[in-house]
Design a protein around this ligand. Sequence first.
Ligand SMILES: [Zn+2]
Length: 344
Amino acid sequence: MRATVMYGVHDVRVETVPDARIVEATDALVRVTRACICGSDLWPYNSMPASTTGNRMGHEFIGVVESTGSDVRTVKKGDLVVAPFAWSDGTCEFCQQGLQTSCLHGGWWGGTTLDGGQGEAVRVPLADGTLVALPVGPDHALMPSLLTLSDVMGTGHHAALRANVRAGKVAAVVGDGAVGLCGVIAARRLGAEQIIILGRHPDRIALARRFGATDVVSERGDAAIERVRELTGGLGAHSVLECVGHGESMRTAMGIARAGGAVGRVGVPQETTIPNAQPTFYGNVTIAGGPAPVRAYMHELMPDVLEGRIEPGLVFDRTTNIDGVPDGYRAMNDREAIKVMIEF
Ligand SMILES: [Zn+2]
């Protein structure tokens, strides 16, 4: 089968790899119908040490179950399924509390030992705890939005929950990538009255407004903090969704949270320290967040997608086949594309 393999900085190749197959009785074999490239794939794209073996890529996918191991109960051959960006057993202490990204027996797609989503098929470990069946066919018009449940929509929702978004309050979203845009959807869905997007790209800002952003702050650094303070009566936002992970974006997020507010961070931190320790300490600002347990949110968010209340699939502004994946990475890295979908 063919799959995406990253060998180092800006070195993404589509190669023939060993066919995915069932190994454990709890596995499912899924033939991928849709996948995508993630903003977090750009971190290794710009920093991965050169490797001779390479890393299999992709952690967001929808596909059709081709076969299942003898212990799999909740999905069956022919089901269309969506996979969360981490696999999990669904039964351990952490899964039961809805924190599947900390599953005691789970893990992450791709790398050197598992299949990734940016390939023709995937061996899915712990299929019962991991996969969720979709009630529609693989060519349904809502497929792009359903695909976002594997990561970016669930991640934006997680940022909003961890930032304690409340009806009638002020939410600010740092970052206008796909996760930030889904964060706007999530903040609106949870009833925030004022939603401030911090971002600069005109196409992304337009989408943020369509999703419910009420204010746009295009300044950076201290000027951005100043502008958000102006927009919030000098107080700052109740809820800040940090959707980038850079030191600069984290510093901005900390700077715009009001006393007693919360920062929900879902951008993978690229620095080892959290900035603005003293002001946020004296302001009793809650700092929360981490990798989103999107598996926990699929059943909650899916009806909103199926019934048209939210349309996160609009974050996909480019579609390719598997041969176009390397150029898809380049396009996202060059900010030519917000998010690239791969059709198989
Ligand atoms: Zn678990």
